[in-house]
Structure formats: structure tokens, C-alpha cells
Design a binder for this molecule. Sequence first.
Ligand SMILES: Cc1cc2nc3c(=O)[nH]c(=O)nc-3n(C[C@H](O)[C@H](O)[C@H](O)COP(=O)(O)O)c2cc1C
Length: 389
Amino acid sequence: MADSEPVAAGLPIQREAECVVDDLTGAALEARARQLLPRAVYDYYAGGSETETTLHEAPLAWHRWRLRPRMLSGVAAPDLTTTLLGTPVSSPIGVPPWALQRMAHPDGELATAAACARAGTLMTVSTTATVPLAQVAAVAPDSAKWFQLYQVHGPAYTDDLVRRAADAGYRALVLTVDLPILGRRLRDIANDFQLPEGLVMANHPDQADIRSDAEMPAPPVVGSGVSVRRLSQALDSADKTPPWTYAAVEHFAGLTDLPVVVKGVLRGDDAVGCLDAGASAVWVSTHGGRQVDRAISSAAALVDVVSAVSERAEVYVDGGIRSGTDALVALVLGARAVFCGRPIIWGLATGGADGVAAVLARLRAELVHSMTLCGVASVERVPRDLVTI
Ligand SMILES: Cc1cc2nc3c(=O)[nH]c(=O)nc-3n(C[C@H](O)[C@H](O)[C@H](O)COP(=O)(O)O)c2cc1C
């Protein structure tokens, strides 16, 4: 502490404490990523749709719950291992699909995959990855990976993508159904967000494929000034591909032997409809507040979905999970696993694979800590009476 600082007011101590707390909660990591990334890229990752109400409410919704810790339990070393659709993982905290990772770091999805493999964590790879799905899978062939599907460029192309994902060793197919059209992300519009030069959406067809099908809009496959309008056009392919309906869920469940997970469900009745249509699990999500602005929070939706699903299937959740304690609350509310988006992005942006590994390690340590304090021995046996509003 510098001699000249006003010790009497207690200010230096307070400032130091804030700084340490920021580091521990990951806020400092986001601040570092913000400094490193171009403004439009940071905004693309950080932003939500329209007024960003759902984005901002997401972490607060987990904070509304209060723990009812169990004392005298004798828990010293909680067990975080579990299975997700039969695949063993080292912890119930996974990495969700997120697009365009090579914008955050040159190694992009390859770095995220390496870090997840090291940690024994489940990674979900996006259709809009900047590295082809087979290359991501090859980084760690034996690690737990799921493939997230958008219906791009017509049924034949999409069905083939599913087959390629199965061949590459992905262990589940995640249908993201909350993007019938792209949300209105005002930051991207204001910034005229462009896919940076040299990056490609590696799982989209190449230009030659596109030209052979006059029906298809030109996709943003080449990283040369592809605007948000073009990005939106490529994903808004509802007029070219079947819309997301229960029939589409049935189609993909019938097409592949992989279990199908439906991501983006926010209502119990939708969740039951997906299971009836052949899905093996549902994933409660607001797409990180990037789609329906003023949608209910994932934390609130989880309660309804878990109750409607009533032990028929595994339920996962993401949106605003920022700490091990958030994860514990979600597990208590009935989630089998949670997924953490933005903090992983900031980890990749600031430190590549090591940065992602550090975020995963922090979340894991926090979950162990919270479980120990609350007397929870295993993530597979989390008492449902451990929280109250
Ligand atoms: C920059 C960014 C890109 C995303 N891309 C995808 C995607 O390609 N597919 C998908 O299903 N979800 C995508 N998502 C949503 C995430 O899978 C996840 O639902 C969300 O990030 C969770 O919220 P959190 O960031 O508050 O943890 C994206 C989210 C962000 C922030």
C-alpha cells in the first residue's frame, strides 16, 4: 500500500478487497477480456437481445434462492462425478455451445476442447463453430462431447451434418430450438458486427455447395466482412428448412442413434412435448438472453420444467451460472447438469486452453466448497429441501 493513501478512511483496504473479490468471482476476467477484444467482438459475446432484460436478470435469478445448509453431516470431500446420458463426467458443470470461438482466441474450439478433455468436462460444439466438427472431436477422441445442431441450408445438408457428428464420436445431438429467427441484438446492429477476416463458419457448406443450390441464401462462410444481416440470413433459414416443431424433434430422434437433447425449452408443457416426440433430455435455456428478450429466467423456468418432466428424463440448465453456488442451487432445483457460457468465453479470450481450464477449475472448486459447507456428499444425491426462496 502506498504511504500516501488515505488509510484512515479505510479506502485502500476496501479497494484491495474489491479487487480480490473481483478476481475470485471472475469479474476481473471479463474486464481483462474486454480490454483484449475488439469492441464489436466483446459486444457480440457479452450482449443480449433488445433491452437485455433477460440477460441481466439471469444471474440475479439464481441469487434469489437461499440455502438451507445441513450441519453435522460429516461431509469432507464431496463427489462431483456423475453421468450425463450415460457418459461419465468429472463434474456436473459443462461447457455449452457457443459460436465463433476463433474470434476469442486463434485456437478457438480446439483450445476449449483440449481444456475440457483435461478437466473431464462435457463440451458441446456449435454448428457455428470456426473449426470443423471432426477436427474439434479429434483433439480428444475419448472425451465427452455433444454436437449442437442448427438446421442450416436445407434438410439434406443438416441430416448429413448429424451423420458426420455421429461418425466423429459426438455422444448426443443437441437441438437448439430457440432460434427460429435471430434475436435482435442491438449491440451487433449498432456495431455493424462482421465476422473477422479469415474466419469461417466451418460446418456450413462452402460456396460451391451453395451455388449448386439456387434456393439457398449465400451463407456467411467466408470471413470477409460478413455482416450481422448476412449472419442472420444464414440462420434465418426457416423458409428453406423445416421449422422447429415436434415433428422436427421426431425426425432427428429417428435419424440418429445418438440421444437427442432439446435446448432452449422454458416451459414444462414444451419439455413434455419434446420427450413425447422422442427426445432423451431437455435443456432449459434463454440462449444467454440473446433470443426472447423479457423471457422468464432459466432459474424460474427450471422449476416448472423439472416438475413437468417428473423424473422421466435428465434436465439441464444454463443462463447466468457464474459460481459453484449457482450450480448447487440449480442441482437442488432438479438440474442434472449446468452449463456456463460467458465465463468460459472470457477464459478462452484471456488465456486460450489454460484460461478455459482455469475457469473450469474455479467453478469446480467453488462447487466442492459449497457442497462441503451445506453437507452435500454427492451431486447425484442433492437434497431437494436445501433451498428456499
Ligand atoms: C457468444 C455466444 C454465442 C452462442 N452461440 C450459441 C450457439 O451457437 N448455439 C447454441 O445453442 N447456443 C449458443 N449460445 C448460448 C449458449 O449455449 C448458452 O445457452 C448461454 O451462453 C448460457 O448463458 P450464460 O452465457 O449466461 O452462461 C451462445 C451464447 C453466447 C454468449
